[in-house]
Every structure is written in C-alpha cells, then in structure tokens.
Design a protein around this ligand. Structure first.
Ligand code: SAM
Length: 316
C-alpha cells in the first residue's frame, strides 16, 4: 500500500498528540500509567497546549463515564482514528472494562501500536484474558483477542470500515460508544458525513463523542486552518468545523436522535472548582488570551441514539 504525502502528515499527527499527552501527564495534569510506552522522550510543551490537552482528555473521560454509568460494561467502545490512545488499558485498571473494545486507524499506525503492545508485558497482559490462557492473534497487522481488537483501516472507505467492525464483533445489539478525538477533520466532508451516517444507522443505542476544531471562520480560525492543511487536512475537510450549535444540528440530520455541543471554554468552566484550581496551579500561563482563543476554537459534541442516553450533559 502506498500512502500519499497528505496521509503521511496525517499519520504524524498521532505522534504529536501522544507526545503532548505524555508531556502533560508528566507535569501532573492527569494520570496515565501507559502513555510512556507509546512516546519515549518528549520536549516540554507550552502551558497553553498542556491545558488544552487536559481539557480534551478530561472532557472525553467525563462522557465515557456517563455512558458506562448508564449501560454498564456489557457494551462496546469503538475508537475511530485511535492513534496511540491508552483508554483500553486505563479502563482495564478500573471496574469499567467493557466487553468489546475496537480500535481503528491507518495500518501504519495500528501496526506500530501492535508492535509496542507485543514488546511490553504490562500492555500485553491486559489484553490476554485473565485466568484463562487468553489468545492474542496477530494477522496481517491486525490484532484480535477476546475483548480487544486493533485493526488497520482507512476510515474514508466505508466498505472497509463495515468489514473490519464486523470482523471485530461489533454488534447492533449492544450499546456502543463511538469515539472520534481529533480525527474526522482529516477526512473530506463527504467521507466524514458518510461515516457518521453509517455509524448512526448501525448502532440504535449509541453515544458519539466528537472532539474537534470549531469556529474556523474568524482570523484565529484561519491560522488554525493553515496549520491543519500543512498536516494533511484537506482544506475542505474543516468545512464542517462550524460553530458548536451547527455541529450538533449536523449530527441530528445524519441520523442521531439528539446532539449537543460545547466549546472547550464552556467545558473547562463546567469542571469542579477544586480540580480547576489544582490544574491552574500546575504551571504559570504566559498567555491567557491564547488559551482562551484555543479553547473557543475546539468543541466537544455529544450525539446520542436511544432513550438511555438522552440526558447526557456537562458535569453530569
Ligand atoms: N484519537 C487519537 C488521540 O486523540 O490521541 C489520535 C488523534 S491524531 C490527531 C489523528 C488520528 O487519526 C491519527 O492516528 C490518524 O492516523 C488517524 N486518521 C486520520 N485519518 C484517518 C483515516 N482516513 N483512516 C484511519 N485513520 C485516520
């Protein structure tokens, strides 16, 4: 398979995200015992970047827990463009490990992740089912085990997504949590819309967490767009990064029952006060204005299907 230069740039965004997360974890923003397996050495990032990643990870976590509170662990998590995300291992250390966890990304990313898992006992032992001699099958770059599947897949190709999800045991019968953290912006709008429409139709009880850029039509947004474009985002791909309310409306038009969207400044303010003070004290911010700009140009959108999830909300 040959990848275009744009695809290479997109794949590199995972390295960047992983390094930023490791840096923030080392500074005490949140705990993640597994991130250091995936990013070896990292330079210190600007405090505004660390704060941005903190809000991103905590916001995702808040809704992951709300989802699990409502449906228990007999459910599936599907991580789209998973990169080197460590959520699977973090959940395994709690009482909230789910029945089936499926991760999709470009094969060059999943095969690297696969390699890192194989090399590190701490990662691998959480994939083998405890007690039984759990089998881990690695075939043409895909990893299958009982309850964890890591599969190479181009999200722009719906047929491949369907096939891979099926091979991983995804089912319409169980509630599904769909994660898309900084991923869909790298797809052309038609491809992103087709994928979302397909997922909404395939999972009658689901929650989609979509974290991405928003409000890109102002001057700060234009700079972000140029950066995105340098990192392989088809410029038109950011077309759907509109204001949060429009993002939510778009998801309802694609087949979700309901959707809500908040910019990250609103999300940050919804965090408990003691937690915000703790984080505020970790590092001096050089540029509060820059942080505000960043926060108002990223949004978390939560779209749901099914009664069970109708009341998901900030600080729920
Ligand atoms: N979701 C992870 C996180 O937040 O840490 C990784 C985010 S990284 C910015 C974007 C990820 O999306 C990369 O791992 C990239 O390879 C993946 N991605 C982008 N376009 C994709 C596509 N068409 N098919 C599969 N994966 C894709």
């Amino acid at each position: 398979i040959s990848w275009s230069a744009e695809d290479e740039a997109i794949i590199a965004t995972n390295t960047d995200a992983t390094e930023c997360k490791r840096c923030a974890v080392e500074l005490g923003y949140w705990k993640d015992e597994y991130i250091s397996y995936f990013a070896k050495h990292v330079d210190r990032k600007a405090p505004e970047i660390n704060r941005g990643y903190y809000a991103r990870v905590k916001a995702m976590e808040m809704f992951i827990h709300q989802f699990l509170e409502r449906c228990g662990t007999k459910c599936q998590i599907i991580n789209l463009g998973c990169g080197f995300d460590t959520l699977y291992w973090r959940l395994k250390d709690t009482t909230q490990a789910v029945s089936n966890f499926i991760e999709l990304d470009f094969p060059s990313v999943t095969s690297k992740k696969c390699h890192i898992i194989k090399r590190n006992k701490q990662l691998l032992e959480k994939i083998c089912k405890e007690g039984i001699n759990g089998e881990v099958v690695i075939r043409s770059g895909d990893l299958h085990s009982d309850g964890y599947h890591l599969l190479g897949c181009d999200l722009r190709c719906l047929e491949e997504v369907r096939r891979k999800l099926q091979a991983a045991g995804a089912t319409a019968e169980a509630p599904a949590l769909l994660l898309a953290e900084c991923v869909l912006v790298y797809l052309r709008p038609e491809a992103a819309l087709a994928l979302l429409r397909h997922l909404a139709a395939a999972f009658p009880r689901c929650v989609l967490l979509l974290y991405e850029q928003c409000n890109l039509s102002d001057r700060f947004g234009e700079v972000m767009l140029r950066n995105l474009s340098a990192r392989g985002c088809p410029l038109a791909g950011a077309e759907h990064c509109r204001e949060p309310a429009a993002q939510a409306e778009r998801l309802v038009s694609l087949g979700f029952d309901a959707a809500r969207s908040w910019d990250m400044e609103t999300v940050w303010r919804s965090f408990p006060e003691d937690e915000r003070s703790r984080v505020d004290a970790l590092e001096m911010l050089d540029e509060r204005e820059l942080l505000l700009q960043l926060n108002t140009h990223y949004a978390l959108t939560v779209a749901t299907r099914g009664e069970l999830f109708a009341d998901l909300d900030l600080a729920g």
